[in-house]
Each structure stands twice: as structure tokens, then as C-alpha cells.
Design a protein around this ligand. Sequence first.
Ligand code: GRF
Length: 214
Amino acid sequence: MLNTAVLVSGGGTNLQAILDAWTAGNLPGATIRAVISNKADAYALIRAKKADVEGIVLSPKEYPDKEMYGQSLIEILRERKIDLVVLAGFLVILPVCVIRAFPGQIMNIHPSLIPSFCGPGYYGLKVHEAALGRGVKVTGATVHLVDEEADHGPILLQKAVGVQRGDTPEILQRRVMEEAEWILLPEAIRRYAAGEFSWEIQRCRECLQGDPTF
Ligand code: GRF
């Protein structure tokens, strides 16, 4: 069984899509072991409770530095024997020590077709504002493995979503979630558990090991 932890910061609609797929039996080979939030009032924690999944609050504000926050996160993940960490709207930049402790074992969802509209500063509505500002006709979502650069690791899955005349960032965000994110993330976990991403995992590990500071 692939022991999975989901890291969240807010409403947790992506988490809900994962929990729904899991409880419906559509994630054979994976179990959702814990939900970790940096915010105590994240609605995602209520979703976890309803699904009978352990919810944990771990706020960087309670630690003197990022490194110590990261060490505490690693400890929580190791205690629960977590094999896969899913970033589902987690707004904290993951400390490098965590990325290195779980090479090729962390996936993230980003609400654009990487490499467009991604990297530092592109989060939440800003991604959709930028897509509309550039006038693209197609955007979408990407699930990728996490390396040390923001929104950069090997791509696992992508799905395109059309932009429509009159879209606001809020309308586009909603459509990208409904038509892409909520489908892609459970699918990525299912396929990861089925061993379909060994090439991408290997590439991610090589990239991390190739880093001279590793
Ligand atoms: C999603 O758009 C996700 O792509 C981004 O943050 C949002 C999270 O939404 N990283 P939710 O908390 O899953 O509802």
C-alpha cells in the first residue's frame, strides 16, 4: 500500500477529489494516511475529519526557521511511514530538507500548463490573471514531481482547458479546477501507486542528486 499524506492550506477541494476517489475504491494500491495543514482553520481539515483521516496542523510560524520546520515535517511523515506526499494547494514553499528526504516522492498540482505561468510568484488567482493577461486561448493544470525549483520537476500529467471570452480570473480558476485539477490529481496518485511513473521518479532523483549541494 502506498501510504499517502496530503498537504493543504485552504478549502481543500483537491483534497476532496482525492478522498472521494479513495472512498469510492478508485485508488487501489493507495491509502490516505494523513492530511497536514499549515493553517489551523483550513476547511480541508474538516474534510479530513469527515473522511476519518488524521488531520495535523504544522505551522512554520511556530518554528525559529524553515530548516527546523522541515525537520519536524520529516519526522511526522516518517513516523507514519509515508511513501507519497501530495501538495494540494499547499502554500508554504517546502524546505529543501523535505524535498531531499523524499526524492521523487512528492507531487504538486499547478493550475496552468507548465512551463507557462509557473515559478516564483505564480500561485492562486495570480496564475489565472497572468493567463488572461497574456490572452491565451488554452490553459489547464499540471501534476509534477517536486524538485528544488518551483513548479519545475518532471511532469506526470497535464490537461488542457479552454479559455472563454468574458472569463474573469475567478471563473477561469473554477473551470480549471472542475475540468482538470479534480480529475488529474486522483489519477496521478492512482498511476503513481500502480508504478507507472518510474521513469519520472528516476529523473527526479537524478536531478536532485546532480545538485552539487545535495
Ligand atoms: C488549486 O488551484 C491548486 O492548483 C493551487 O491552489 C488551489 C487549491 O485549491 N495550488 P483547494 O484548496 O484544493 O480548493
